[in-house]
Ligand binder design. Structure first.
Ligand SMILES: NC(=O)c1ccc[n+]([C@@H]2O[C@H](COP(=O)([O-])OP(=O)(O)OC[C@H]3O[C@@H](n4cnc5c(N)ncnc54)[C@H](O)[C@@H]3O)[C@@H](O)[C@H]2O)c1
Length: 435
């Protein structure tokens, strides 16, 4: 099949490469000329394990191309995917301007019937909105499909190639058949393709992300109670995770959730509820608790230092909102760095891949310095704070860590270290909900 993917970000690039991998001809479109020029040269703009190989292979095979020209992409393709950003607007709702603009541009160019597939996370009713845009601009028949994406950054390629399920919201049988043909190679092991109406598909994505945010938040609160009553959240986690009704995933407490999806999606579904006369109380609490949780490490730091960290220096390991990605959008590290530096402390930051993205948000200053090596960040630092659970942070040379840190304190925001082992090296340990 000939396919266009509009928007070549985390989702668009993986979608384009994944669809090319199964034999389709895919052209990826973006308005970012620098990004497209680099992709044409085989330079991948994001860090995502396995993506570079897949992009290069399919480009070499002639099945994957990149352009900034809508006309070329639209003319060539039967199916057009929209993989545009839907960030949080000022009022908390999803900002649909990219989806709107792209739809208008496509509508002006089409001369024959197309299937328009929305992969962005969008509020209920967006498929209708996109349909209206097309109907206002052109008489050419267009089918609009909602096909939310569930990939996770850090394992996006694997998630796309072997999805747990595919959700397709569509009302036209021909469009449904086209989508089935397209996705059949990805579900050969029997994982389901769920066909539903567009509104249910749109809400499914928000419900999934909101449920995961709720689960993380619930565990963060259990951890906060553990801290107060002398219980150990690791033991509680295992104790409940082995219950088949609960399951072991997404039960790890930490410094609050961040990233480009959960915060904005929780906010958008609250807004949708509000617009429809419903107060989504649990999710409003999730937002409130998560905001506080992002300061939990700072509170522990202040607790240790008697409320004053002026002149102290903290090594901070992990900038991305989670491991194996360079995405720092809404990452807890941003809040922690801002809080510490505003209290007069210095930060020595390190991340295996996310430093360049973070430098766009928080440039280097006297108070914030970036280090290429995590152990170098410990030099002249007083304490270590772990913010992201990258694998390479899990087993450092603790003897060296202890010898480098002036105050010999570790604040482990992801519970990656064994407190007993750490104490053997004379380090004081603070985790999240651990004794
Ligand atoms: N990132 C994830 O892990 C993830 C997972 C599932 C779903 N989603 C959803 O997928 C959507 C895309 O997310 P993302 O993280 O890939 O976003 P992104 O910001 O990485 O990518 C969006 C791309 O669209 C381009 N763009 C903007 N306007 C354009 C236009 N008019 N025409 C063509 N290109 C244009 C931008 O330059 C950018 O490259 C969002 O709705 C998001 O919620 C994201």
């Amino acid at each position: 099949m000939n396919i266009a993917v509009i928007g070549t970000g985390y989702v668009g690039l993986v979608t384009g490469a994944g669809l090319a991998e199964t034999g389709n001809n895919v052209i990826c479109v973006d308005i970012d000329t620098v990004k497209i020029d680099r992709l044409k040269e085989g330079i991948i703009p994001i860090y995502e394990p396995g993506l570079e190989e897949m992009v290069r292979f399919n480009t070499k095979e002639g099945r994957l191309g990149f352009t900034t020209q809508y006309d070329e992409a639209v003319a060539k393709s039967q199916v057009i995917f929209l993989a545009l950003a839907t960030p949080q607007g000022d009022d908390g709702s999803a900002d649909l301007s990219q989806v709107r603009i792209a739809s208008e541009w496509i509508a002006k160019l089409i001369t024959e019937p197309k299937v328009i597939v929305n992969k962005s996370t969008v509020p209920v009713g967006t498929a209708d909105m996109v349909r209206d845009i097309f109907q206002k601009v052109t008489k050419v028949p267009v089918e609009v499909v909602s096909n939310p994406e569930f990939l996770k950054e850090g394992s996006a390629v694997q998630d796309f190639m072997k999805p747990d399920r595919i959700v397709i919201g569509a009302s036209n049988q021909e469009a449904i058949d086209t989508m089935r043909d397209l996705y059949e190679p990805f579900v050969r092991t029997g994982n389901p393709i769920y066909i539903m109406d567009e509104r249910s598909a749109e809400l499914t994505k928000y419900a999934a992300n909101a449920m995961l945010a709720l689960r993380i938040t619930f565990m963060n609160e259990i951890a906060n109670i553990c801290d107060r009553v002398g219980a150990d959240v690791d033991k509680v986690r295992k104790g409940i995770g082995s219950d088949g009704r609960i399951g072991p995933q997404f039960l790890f407490p930490g410094v609050g959730f961040g990233g480009s999806c959960f915060p904005k999606d929780v906010s958008a579904i609250i807004k949708t509820a509000e617009e429809n006369g419903y107060d989504f109380k649990t999710l409003r609490s999730v937002q409130e608790v998560n905001k506080k949780q992002k300061q939990i490490i700072v509170e522990k730091v202040l607790g240790h230092y008697g409320g004053n960290v002026k002149g102290k220096t903290f090594a901070l390991w992990g900038l991305s909102f989670k491991p194996k990605t360079d995405d720092v959008r809404d990452a807890p590290s941003i809040d922690i760095i801002k809080a510490l530096t505003s209290l007069g402390a210095k930060v020595h930051a390190n991340d295996p891949v996310a430093t360049p993205s973070m430098m766009h948000i928080l440039p280097e200053t006297d108070m914030l310095r970036y280090f290429r090596r995590n152990l170098r960040a410990l030099e002249n630092a007083d304490a270590l704070i772990v913010v992201t659970e990258w694998n390479e942070f899990r087993n450092p040379d603790f003897k060296l860590v202890a010898s480098l840190l002036n105050d010999k304190v570790v604040f482990d925001g992801r519970n990656i270290f064994d407190p007993e082992r750490i104490k053997e090296f004379g380090l004081t340990y603070y985790g999240i909900g651990r004794r």
